[in-house]
Design a protein. Structure first.
Length: 376
């Protein structure tokens, strides 16, 4: 009897789960999805070495996506998505904030088939969605895209208050909160995205505007992105900042034996923190140029490579990043990867690579990583 009871409960659970991921008669549906992404990396620099277990590419997550058909081409959608550190089972965080449970996405959305979607909450906005279109490796911890745009910072693109760079707002980890966004339909290959992030009266957090347009039709993809952070009045020991603008241009061509990628990113002001005389602590601009390629070597295997040049707004602080990876799709949901990276830099630079030790000034950083990503 007990055995029959257990079998019955298991069957009921399976049926409930299946129903939870299917559309009911009213046009409502809930989908549960996730990614388990884990890798082992080894870094070496300045006579130091470190072996670490962390995300290799996509980042682990658990998400819930609901959708309800309202008729006349309208839908109401909602998403909750939590990041997970698979090595420790703890919640992952982004942008330097440790207490976000739904750290990846949390939003509601009204979608029209004809007019596009309005979305509000914590979002992967125009910046986040720009990077996978123009990053051939899709492994931010190891490729030039992630290494040079984050520069090892937990909060890339923020004002350092020290006259030095913390990276770019345009980076693969960028998400925004208190955000209202519009996503247009795709018309003849063209799509526009616009978002505005409120600072809710904060004296130290800027308001953000992000605007992007891309053309994706056949093998050719082109994109342009603009991000503007407002000035802030500062509070206490945190100094005020001037407004700052970044933009990016990207292109990729996915056809033939070699699929090339190109991205250019520009930031107007390295450190927009204002000094006592009202000028920015470091008003020089900085930029990143990225080239890459994907070379299919089998039906399921690809060689991926990137090289990037960071032109710093600080004297003798430029850097060059190289990355090569091999990815193999075991199935539609499971991918194996292996990659190597190398960062070289000028005599005053101490830029790390993701979780590597901090190098001595001017020293290179090398890394190797192997990992697996499973989607469900």
């Amino acid at each position: 009897m007990k055995r029959k009871w257990i079998i019955g409960v298991a069957a009921l659970g399976a049926i409930s789960m299946a129903n939870a991921q299917q559309q009911d008669s009213s046009g409502s549906s809930v989908r549960i999805y996730g990614v388990a992404d884990l890798a082992v990396a080894h870094y070496r620099t300045s006579g130091q070495s470190k072996t670490a277990m962390h995300a290799g590419g996509s980042g682990s997550r658990l998400g819930f996506l609901s959708s309800e058909d309202l008729g006349q081409g309208l839908k109401a959608n909602a998403r909750l998505e939590a990041g997970i550190n698979l090595d420790s089972g703890t919640s992952s965080s982004t942008n330097g904030m440790p207490n976000r449970f739904w750290s990846r996405q949390a939003y509601v959305e009204l979608e029209s088939r004809a007019w596009g979607a309005i979305r509000a909450g914590r979002l992967e906005g125009p910046t986040y969605n720009f990077f996978p279109k123009f990053d051939p490796m899709l492994l931010p911890a190891m490729d030039a895209w992630g290494v040079l745009t984050t520069l090892g910072s937990g909060a890339p693109g923020s004002a350092s208050g020290k006259g030095v760079s913390t990276g770019f707002l345009i980076n693969p980890t960028q998400r925004t909160e208190n955000t209202l966004a519009y996503i247009s339909p795709r018309w003849s290959g063209l799509q526009a995205k616009l978002s505005y992030s409120f600072n809710e009266g904060s004296q130290t957090q800027p308001k953000l505007i992000e605007a992007a347009v891309d053309y994706d039709n056949g093998p050719l993809t082109l994109g342009a992105l603009l991000v503007r952070a407002s000035s802030t009045p500062g509070s206490g020991s945190v100094r005020p900042t001037k407004s700052n603008t970044e933009y990016a241009l990207g292109a990729s061509y996915k056809a033939g034996p070699v699929q090339p990628y190109f991205t250019y990113i520009h930031r107007d002001t390295t450190d927009p923190t204002l000094s006592s005389n009202g000028a920015a602590l470091n008003g020089s601009s900085e930029s990143v140029k990225l080239l890459g390629a994907v070379i299919p070597v089998s039906e399921r295997g690809n060689v991926r490579m990137t090289v990037g040049r960071y032109s710093s707004g600080t004297n003798e602080s430029d850097a060059t990043s190289y990355g090569v990876a091999y990815t193999y799709d075991v199935s539609r949901s499971v991918m194996l990867m292996a990659a190597v990276t190398r960062l070289t830099q000028n005599g005053k630079s101490r830029w790390p690579v993701f979780q590597s030790p901090i190098p001595n000034a001017g020293n290179s950083v090398n890394g190797v990583i192997v990992g697996i990503t499973s989607r469900f």
